[in-house]
Ligand binder design. Structure first.
Ligand code: PMP
Length: 340
């Protein structure tokens, strides 16, 4: 009798991080005329791709002897990394202090508090401002006894999680036939790590950056200039500088995707495929469709493109899935949210 293979039994909860399923996305595949595969990172225990970076950063700090039993992990984060760090820290007996800008979703803040993290919120500012959440978290780590600063933007233990984990998983799941990969960048750990990891298997795999509006990387990879146009409400993505994680990322091409396009795919994923996702996932799917069309137009036979489904939409019930919030942002409202 043949049936689905059950996932391997695990002996520690931390082993539940990674080894996420990969799923063929029907609507995007039809739209692109190729296979579009989504890596289900919402299936991690913290419901986002950032569990991988959190585990890798904490293991690296332990290996370097910086993080000792009973210690504290401090980080500045839009939310998902904090959730991942809080869960991993709980499992390892560490305390967590998280600094985040106060314009992030209420669900993320409530989740961090529920997980037992100490939460510090600061007003959103430019990176150059010393009050920026990243600088605030570094200072807090310096001032706290027995604390380490996770430093997800410039700590390359972040992208290592994707070089060693996400990339070989995708390669194996697609049985060694991958034509392209794309995703957006927050820290850049995912795009750089998966890009480097996949290129090590086959350097012809096309790696595309999918950038939201308001981020500077599209122009950087297109014409060497860090400059941004427009804005985006997507959380967790949109970078204005070359972080250490992005340094040397093998980006072959780039797409710029609007929030409207991202939301279009968020809506279709929900209604047609039964997946409730965040906006960065929708933007990634739009980028994957663009990359798939590009590869198909070049005559590649049935190209296969993989992308990241970064986090669960349940984290955005008060924003992306709220008609009033969407209206206030000038964004289209999903028709099933409109009450007569
Ligand atoms: N999507 C979401 C929802 C995120 O929280 C993040 C992490 N900031 C990303 C995408 C981008 O991942 P990375 O930091 O690896 O670039």
């Amino acid at each position: 009798m043949t049936g689905p293979t059950a996932p391997q039994a695990r002996t520690t909860t931390l082993d539940l991080i990674g080894n996420t399923p990969l799923v063929l996305l029907k609507g995007p595949s039809e739209a692109a005329g190729c296979e579009i595969w989504g890596k289900c990172e919402f299936a991690n225990p913290g419901a986002s791709v950032k569990d991988r970076a959190a585990l890798s950063i904490i293991r690296d700090a332990e290996a370097r002897g910086e993080l000792k039993p009973g210690g504290t992990v401090v980080e500045g984060t839009a939310g998902n990394t904090g959730i991942g760090i809080a869960l991993v820290a709980n499992a390892c007996g560490y305390k967590t202090i998280i600094v985040m800008p106060d314009n992030q979703s209420k669900e993320k803040m409530d989740t961090l508090r529920a997980l037992g993290a100490e939460l510090v919120t600061v007003p959103p500012t430019k990176f150059a401002n010393p009050g920026h959440f990243v600088h605030t978290s570094r200072r807090l780590a310096e001032e706290t006894e027995g604390a380490v600063w996770a430093n997800q933007f410039d700590n390359i233990a972040n992208r290592k999680a994707h070089i060693d984990g996400t990339a070989p998983e995708i390669w194996q799941q697609l049985e060694g036939r991958v034509d392209g990969f794309t995703c957006a960048a927050g820290t850049g750990g995912t795009i750089a790590g998966v890009g480097l990891g996949l290129k090590a298997f086959d350097e012809n795999i096309r790696i595309a950056l999918t950038d939201p509006h308001g981020a500077a990387l599209y122009n950087y990879y297109a014409c060497g200039e860090l400059s941004a146009e427009g804005s985006s409400v997507a959380e967790g993505i949109g970078q204005g500088r070359i972080t250490a994680n992005l340094d040397g990322a093998p980006i072959d091409t780039q797409f710029r995707i609007s929030d409207e396009e991202g939301l279009y795919w968020v809506g279709r994923m929900l209604r047609e495929e039964g997946l409730c996702l965040g906006l960065s996932s929708g933007i990634n799917v739009a980028g994957a469709v663009a990359l798939g069309r590009q590869l198909a137009a070049e005559g590649r036979k049935a190209p296969r493109v993989a992308t990241i489904l970064c986090d669960t939409g349940f984290r955005y019930l008060s924003t992306l899935y709220n008609a009033e919030w969407l209206r206030a942002k000038g964004l289209p409202v999903f028709d099933w949210l409109v009450q007569d």
